[in-house]
Design a protein around this ligand. Sequence first.
Ligand code: THU
Length: 134
Amino acid sequence: MIDDKTLMEEAQKARERSYSPYSRFRVGAALLTKSGKVYTGSNIENASYPAGVCAERVAIFKAVSEGERAFEALALVGGKEGETADFCAPCGICRQVISEFCPKNFKILLGNPEKFEAHTLRELLPLAFGPNDL
Ligand code: THU
């Protein structure tokens, strides 16, 4: 199983593949499965702005569409183009998507490979509405 710093490095590498000509805000995500596999994602924007998608959702949808359902952790690295990524928190929609597939104690790493902090999904999305509410 890879460690937290390595997962952050994978997110950093994914950030290099960000397609963000409109916001110039580059984000990379790396999702670790329980089986030890890593799925990465970057934000992909569009000339029709709302059609763009966040890095986290790209990583999660890639994994889920490959049949993965059990996840260990997600690393997120984001910041303005040309600057070292400092800290990027997941947007509300991504928190909701994460909560569809991940337990409340799911680990979310935020920052960059040199300086990052670990949070739980419970902290980032308290009182979540989820599959069990339906
Ligand atoms: N972005 C992400 O990829 N993840 C987040 O959680 C925050 C925002 C992207 C979306 C858009 O391409 C750019 O950052 C600026 O909002």
